[in-house]
Unconditional design. Structure first.
Length: 181
């Protein structure tokens, strides 16, 4: 799995609970993060600290295209340019750059999961990148909670609800739609 800054910021939003540190390794054995996305995690301090701990302990590996073999680098560049046309506004060139770099890296190296909380990203990935070979699927916070609800990952409902709230989402939507009692 390769992870985006927005997910880290939301999961790491609590000073009291280390959800980013605790939950991310439960979702995937191997976690990567592109250097550009890593550089976007500037606030809150709790997210920065938790992400730094994950990197220092080898639970998240920081990657970039400079380390790729020539063939993979060609795929990275081609994928980046495909995504750049639809995701990057020339007037705001850093907006969505972390996602673009991460997705291009995932496509070039065969990483099948992109952990993000961007709601409208999967249709872009499906139309621009997914061809049946090394397809990429987004996993969002709601998907992590659904995995917990189904028993795929061992996270109790109470923790999932707190995680939902720390992520800035509405309590009512959790109780009524995501994981009703």
């Amino acid at each position: 799995m390769i992870v985006d800054a927005d997910l880290c910021i939301k999961l790491g939003g609590s000073q009291k609970y280390r959800y980013l540190y605790d939950i991310l390794p439960m979702v995937s054995e191997k976690i990567y993060m592109h250097t550009h996305a890593y550089g976007e995690v500037l606030m809150p301090p709790s997210a920065v600290a938790q992400l730094r701990d994950l990197v220092d302990e080898g639970k998240v590996e920081i990657v970039n295209e400079n380390d790729l073999e020539v063939c993979d680098r060609v795929v990275y560049e081609a994928t980046y340019h495909i995504l750049e046309r639809v995701m990057i506004d020339p007037h705001r060139p850093n907006k969505n750059k972390g996602e673009t770099c991460s997705l291009a890296y995932a496509k070039a190296t065969g990483i099948p999961v992109f952990a993000t909380d961007e709601r409208n990203l999967q249709p872009i990935i499906d139309s621009q990148l997914n061809t049946g070979v090394d397809d990429i699927t987004c996993i969002r916070i709601v998907d992590i909670i659904k995995k917990a609800r189904s028993g795929e990952v061992n996270i109790p409902r109470k923790i999932c609800k707190a995680l939902w709230l720390v992520s800035g989402k509405r309590k009512e939507s959790f109780d009524d739609e995501i994981w009703p009692i």
